[in-house]
Write a protein of this length. Structure first.
Length: 257
């Protein structure tokens, strides 16, 4: 039986593919668990500097959760469900993450994409926080991450109506970073991941933490986080290598030290 999660490594980039195209890559409990484990595996790999996640086939990134499982889930099971923790863990991965959205990203699929640092999608992609259409709420961070990305007014509109929007509209409201032709999606995502992977891994990871944590605090505290992060970086070998390489007009050789 073919695995529902495929992990590949290309140079310094890890690629995770959700491999359930027969159900538009819908995520059941087992697949969620394996997906979280895949991110943790690549995070721990010292040779991987950036991670790209996508869906198998050309119809869906992730078209939501398994509704048959939701039909029988109880309130207590929901309270103790693992999915929100898995999405939060994916969001906290120290390495930069990119969602390559190749089709429908609905419900839990959009929540997964929003937990990534950067979102690139195909022109054919469709996105939506559609849980309200079956009488439930987004349950893996959608009410919170969507508001932070597009603002509370637009987030409420999307959550209250459950409507599905185009890739172009998603880019207009800041939900995705870029929209490309379908055949260019992985090329674009891997090129960006490769560009990031060529930078100092230590500096990239500190930058991710400062931006992410700064969003959850006031400006003064955020600026202090920035100052502390910058001070830490000035004690690294990578900082010296980067400045020296620039002055010597050569490509830096960062080592993450």
């Amino acid at each position: 039986m073919e695995s529902t999660i495929i992990i590949e490594r290309k140079d310094k980039v890890g690629i995770i593919t959700i491999n359930r195209p027969e159900v538009r890559n819908a995520l059941d409990k087992d697949t969620w668990s394996k997906l979280g484990a895949a991110f943790i595996e690549l995070e721990a790999d010292p040779n991987i500097m950036a991670i790209v996640v996508t869906g198998a086939g050309n119809k869906a990134f992730v078209a939501g959760a398994d509704l048959n499982a939701l039909k029988v889930r109880t309130a207590v099971q929901t309270m103790h469900g693992e999915t929100p923790a898995i999405v939060a863990r994916i969001e906290s991965v120290v390495k930069p993450t990119i969602a390559a959205i190749n089709g429908f990203a609905l419900g839990g699929g959009l929540e997964l994409a929003m937990a990534c640092d950067i979102r690139i999608c195909s022109k054919t992609a469709k996105l939506g926080q559609t849980e309200i259409n079956v009488g439930i709420l987004p349950g893996a961070g959608g009410t919170q991450r969507l508001s932070r990305l597009v603002g509370p007014g637009k987030a409420k509109e999307l959550i209250f109506t459950g409507k599905i929007i185009s890739a172009e509209d998603a880019e207009k409201i800041g939900l995705v970073n870029a929209v490309v032709e379908p055949e260019e999606l992985m090329e674009k995502a891997l090129a960006m991941a490769g560009d990031i992977a060529a930078k100092s891994p230590t500096t990239i990871q500190i930058a991710k933490q400062v931006v992410s944590q700064g969003l959850n605090t006031d400006l003064a505290t955020g600026l202090m986080l920035e100052k502390m992060g910058q001070s830490f970086i000035f004690g690294t070998e990578d900082r010296l290598e980067g400045v020296t390489a620039f002055l010597e007009k050569r490509t830096p050789a960062f080592k993450g030290k």
